[in-house]
Ligand binder design. Structure first.
Ligand SMILES: Cc1cc2nc3c(=O)[nH]c(=O)nc-3n(C[C@H](O)[C@H](O)[C@H](O)COP(=O)(O)OP(=O)(O)OC[C@H]3O[C@@H](n4cnc5c(N)ncnc54)[C@H](O)[C@@H]3O)c2cc1C
Length: 218
C-alpha cells in the first residue's frame, strides 16, 4: 500500500504494529481520507481528564482545519496541548465463518501534534470559505458572506498533517482453512455515507443549484 517514493517515515507513535500490512503513510492516502470526511474526533486531556470530541474538519494543503466559537473550551485547550485527531470511514461489515474472524472494512487516519491559531484575517476568511466549498462546492458565491462580527467571534485552528498514520482494511473475510466447511453465509456488507434526497426549506424560492441536483442524483 505504501510505496517508498511517497511514504513519509512513521514516527515512534505512528508506526502501525498491529497488522502493519494495512498501514499507509503516504500523503495521497492521508489527503484522500481527510477529504472524504466531514468530521473528525479530537482527543485531548485537561485537568478533568481525557476527552474525545467530534467536530467538523476540512483540509488545505498539508493541514487539517477546524473552527468554532472563541469561547470553546476545546479550541482553547488545543493550542496549548498535544492532541490526536482521528478520522474513520466505515466501509463494510466483514462476516466470516467463525465468530473471531469477523472484521470491518475501513479507512482511518490518526494525526498527532498541536493546533495553531490561524490569526491572519485574510487567511482565516479564506479558510472558512474553503470549509463552505468542502461542504457544498459553489455555495460560497450564493450566500450572504460572514459579517465582521461573525468572523470576529470565530476561531480557526489548523494542525499539520506531518505526523500521521493511515490504516486501511478492505476485502472479504480471512477464514481459517478448517472453518471453510462451516455452512454460514460469508462475505461483506458494504457500507457508505450516502446523501439522501435533499429536503427544500418551506420558504426557499431558489431552484436547486448544481450541487443540490447532484445530491438528488446520488
Ligand atoms: C471501524 C474500525 C473497527 C475496528 N475494530 C477493532 C476491534 O474491534 N478491535 C481491535 O482491536 N481493533 C479494531 N480496530 C483497529 C484499531 O483501530 C487499531 O488499529 C487496533 O486496535 C490496534 O491498536 P494498537 O494500539 O494495538 O495498534 P498499534 O499498531 O500498536 O498502534 C501504533 C500506532 O499506529 C497508529 N494506528 C493504530 N491504529 C490505527 C488506525 N486504525 N488508523 C490509523 N492509525 C492507527 C497510531 O498512531 C498508533 O499509535 C478497528 C478499526 C476501525 C477503523
Amino acid at each position: 500500500m505504501t510505496t517508498p517514493e511517497t511514504a513519509a517515515a512513521p514516527s515512534e507513535r505512528t508506526r502501525i504494529r498491529r497488522i502493519p500490512a494495512n498501514a499507509a503513510y503516504d500523503r495521497a492516502t492521508l489527503h484522500a481520507i481527510v477529504d472524504a470526511a466531514y468530521l473528525c474526533h479530537i482527543a485531548f486531556a485537561d485537568d478533568k481528564g481525557a476527552h474525545c470530541i467530534p467536530t467538523a474538519c476540512w483540509r488545505e494543503g498539508d493541514h487539517l482545519y477546524i473552527h468554532g466559537s472563541n469561547g470553546s473550551r476545546m479550541l482553547k485547550r488545543l493550542t496549548d496541548s498535544e492532541c490526536c485527531v482521528t478520522i474513520t470511514h466505515l466501509d463494510g461489515l466483514v462476516l466470516a465463518r467463525s465468530a473471531f474472524n469477523h472484521s470491518m472494512n475501513y479507512r482511518s487516519a490518526m494525526v498527532y501534534g498541536r493546533f495553531e491559531v490561524v490569526s491572519d484575517e485574510a487567511q482565516r476568511q479564506r479558510a472558512l470559505e474553503n470549509f463552505m466549498e468542502h461542504l457544498a462546492p459553489g455555495r460560497q458565491a450564493e450566500i450572504r458572506p460572514g459579517s465582521d462580527k461573525e468572523y470576529a467571534a470565530t476561531t480557526v485552528l489548523r494542525i499539520s498533517l506531518a505526523e500521521a498514520a493511515c490504516k486501511i482494511r478492505s476485502g472479504g473475510p480471512n477464514d481459517d482453512e478448517e472453518d471453510m466447511q462451516q455452512l454460514a453465509w460469508a462475505g461483506v456488507l458494504p457500507l457508505a455515507l450516502k446523501a439522501l434526497a435533499p429536503v427544500m426549506d418551506a420558504r426557499c424560492v431558489t431552484p436547486a443549484p448544481a450541487y443540490v441536483q447532484q445530491w438528488l442524483q446520488d
